[in-house]
Design a protein around this ligand. Sequence first.
Ligand SMILES: *Cc1c(COP(=O)(O)O)cnc(C)c1O
Length: 384
Amino acid sequence: MEPKKTVWDNPAEIIRNLQPDHPVMAFAPTVLQDRARQFLQGFPGLVTYAVKSNPDEAVIQNLVTAGIKGFDLASPFEIDLVGRLAPGAARHYHNPVRSPREIAHAVREGILAWSVDSRSELDKLIAQVPTQMDGKGVEISARFKLPVSGAAYDFGSKFGATPDLAADLLRLVADRGYVPSLTFHPGTQCADPAAWASYIRMARRICDMSGVKAHRLNVGGGFPSHRVLGGKPDLQAIFTEISQMVAECFGADAPLLVCEPGRGLCADAYALITRVKAVRDGTDVFLNDGVYGGLSELPVIGNLDRIEVLTPQGKPRTGARIGRVVFGPTCDSLDRLPGELGLPDDLAEDDYVIFHGAGAYSMVTNTRFNGFGAMTRATVMGFE
Ligand SMILES: *Cc1c(COP(=O)(O)O)cnc(C)c1O
């Protein structure tokens, strides 16, 4: 399916005109830019975009247009992508585990901000990363973790030093002549402002334990998107909590703040248009996309329930919602959405099921498993 127009009014217009048989990601640049401005105006520090959540070039370009000046990167590919699309933007290499070749690549690219959560990885940085580049100090942030609270799933199981180790790392970083900073990630889709408060309190304790003043405090990603009806995220409440806790814990001597939202910036700027392949014997629904495609996160994070169902003519189905088991198109039995999805009882084969807020960890993790996954992107003015 090749879009005939460059910009559509909304997903319904795409459906009416193209009746796409493959999944389509409908992208609304205005929604993305509005969200970026909300972060830029509300967050009391530098806003960087976590590219892994959606590295679509259109996302990066629109964020730059909206005024985003920094990016959180995890790989040489992402470092080069942002170097090309956003020259001059700050590039933070915040994947705490890297091969020596990856480190060498990032040094050649002039990366000035790194994170670590272990002594062995810090030793690898010390071996290759200068303390100054182009007259600027090179920053290494110790990444710490707390037992998870408030997020959709635990990030601390993979990355993050205990507070004691983080204090040691912070001191080692300072002793070696790097700019010492701290970073954490409270866990993705974290709707509870209190999660940030406990991390900020611990950041203060780590500074006290190490006797080192953190130059910057990166409060991570984890900012929620609008995944479920009634669950509209209150970003301002989180920004306010962060400001107040930093003032309370650090007073006038506060570190500069950085955040690195992925999902919170990009997710709500996309809607995933899927099509009903079959309603098997009137009960189970088979879609043309599933957990090996744009819905890969749902088994770990829960269903997206901001769903609309349209006929092939683009008319909304208004029947009473009933719980249905929903399967994806592959022959793998894991390819099933969790639990049941509330879908209108007049839903029929060839209808379209639109998942709103589907822009994060979806296009980028789409696979071609079983020959499916031919996903395209189309630009829309909005979603209504
Ligand atoms: C994935 C990731 C992010 C973005 O997380 P979201 O929950 O999408 O906001 C930010 N920082 C780091 C280090 C990450 O790995």
